[in-house]
Design a binder for this molecule. Structure first.
Ligand code: MN
Length: 419
């Protein structure tokens, strides 16, 4: 069988900017080419936000209609810990798509994330700590997936789930986590490769945006990389694309996108050198305006001038030395969710001030966003406070009190909200 692997398409990224079409164009090209496969796997970050706009949702659904209309001859054979009724027959008509949610889509348990929404609408099969088995021409393939969980819980959720390869199948394990070996900056609590269960034929890791191939316990580890560069770092200059995996030969092949934005970095202090470099880059031919990131001592009038002169041929972005406003202005422009992140931070501070356990801020924030204030009160009055603090309001005893996640240190209790 031939499996296509597309990752981190980030629908909705750069909305409202010159790059807003990029995620759709990239995913469209990758998806059309991926139709040459029997099965399509997506290890997370289909969307750039946990609550995408209706425009974003509609455009995503438009792209996900393509695999439904293509023929593959593959059949669903069995499920592993997944409710078969959750898999829509519509999603099995053509080339099935199997996806997990990523960091950008994770929502509090009980609220539907956008990848689940696509499953509900019959576009794909969504996995979180479960799996599916497909068969074609006597060959069986089992795909098991764990959607993105906060880094500090990843190891325990994986341990608790404890996925095992299914005998008689080609076994694929798909995750969306920061994995230590592939992180270029130190992130606390990252999962080490050695924590993955052994015996799978292929490990697929979403989340890291730079494509890479590695191995673990004698099997290939694939970091498919993102379809669009979401951050302008040196890592993002690597070509974007998707992958084919041949189950018979175990060959992994990278298919670069024909149309993609090339990113350049210029580090010059003099105006002449800067312009010389820009002219040299822009003498080339590009399918899409390249992104040129300029670093150096830049006066704001020079920035304007350069944008005026070259802005019709390139997307110019400045990284000014000692400029603080640069980061927020970029994130506000390109990552809509950072407004939410800001709100979250404020709420977290407030909860601390009121001696409430900051761990509950995430569910509280999400429920507030949803306008479910009754449930917010519930969470705030029932969950334990920081050690030594007594709850301000005691609820009358109910017949069946809900288990309190932080009451016992047992891993299982703490994991409930992610499993
Ligand atoms: Mn991503």
């Amino acid at each position: 069988m031939k499996i296509a692997i597309l990752s981190d398409m980030h629908f909705g990224f750069a909305q409202g900017t010159e790059r807003e079409e990029d995620p759709y164009e990239a995913a469209n090209e990758a998806m059309e080419k991926a139709l040459a496969s029997d099965l399509i796997l997506i290890p997370g970050d289909v969307f750039n936000a946990r609550v995408p706009s209706t425009e974003t949702l509609a455009r995503a659904m438009h792209i996900f209609t393509k695999p439904i209309l293509s023929r593959s001859g593959i059949e669903l054979a069995d499920v592993v810990g997944k409710n078969r009724n959750d898999i829509s027959p519509k999603s099995l008509l053509g080339t099935p798509v199997i996806a997990i949610h990523g960091t950008h889509e994770r929502r509090v348990k009980g609220l539907m994330n956008p990848v689940q929404a696509l499953e509900k609408a019959g576009f794909l099969t969504y996995l979180h700590c479960n799996g599916v088995i497909f068969k074609k021409n006597g060959e069986k393939i089992c795909v098991q997936g764990m959607s993105g969980v906060p880094d500090q819980y990843a190891e325990n959720v994986l341990k608790e789930w404890n996925p095992k390869p299914v005998p008689g199948c080609v076994n694929i394990l798909m995750l969306h986590q920061s994995v230590k070996e592939f992180m270029h900056e130190r992130v606390p609590y990252t999962l080490g490769l050695d924590k993955l269960p052994k015996g799978f034929d292929l490990y697929i890791l979403g989340h890291m945006h730079k494509p890479e191939k590695s191995s673990y316990a004698g099997s290939p580890v694939l970091i498919p990389g993102s379809l669009v560069p979401t951050q302008l770092t040196k890592d993002s200059t690597k070509s974007k694309g998707f992958w084919f995996f041949e189950t018979e030969t175990r060959e992994l092949k990278f298919i670069p996108l024909k149309i993609q934005r090339i990113i350049y970095f210029i580090e010059k202090d003099s105006r002449e050198e800067m312009e010389g470099e820009l002219n040299r880059i822009l003498s080339g031919k590009y399918a899409k305006k390249p992104i040129i990131r300029i670093k150096g001592k830049i006066q704001s009038n020079l920035e304007k001038e350069i944008k005026n002169r070259f802005g019709d041929r390139a997307i110019i972005s400045f990284k000014k030395e000692l400029e603080e406003e640069e980061i927020p202005s970029r994130t506000l422009e390109e990552h809509r969710l950072s407004v939410q992140e800001l709100g979250k931070k404020l709420l977290e501070q407030n909860l601390k001030e009121f001696k409430l356990d900051p761990k509950i801020f995430e569910p509280v924030f999400e429920l507030l966003l949803e306008g479910r204030s009754d449930e917010v009160l519930d969470v705030l009055t029932k969950k334990p406070r920081l050690s030594g603090e007594k709850p301000k309001r005691e609820e009358p005893a109910k017949e069946k009190p809900k288990p309190q996640p932080q009451a016992k240190p047992s891993t299982k209790k703490g994991l409930e909200k992610f499993l």
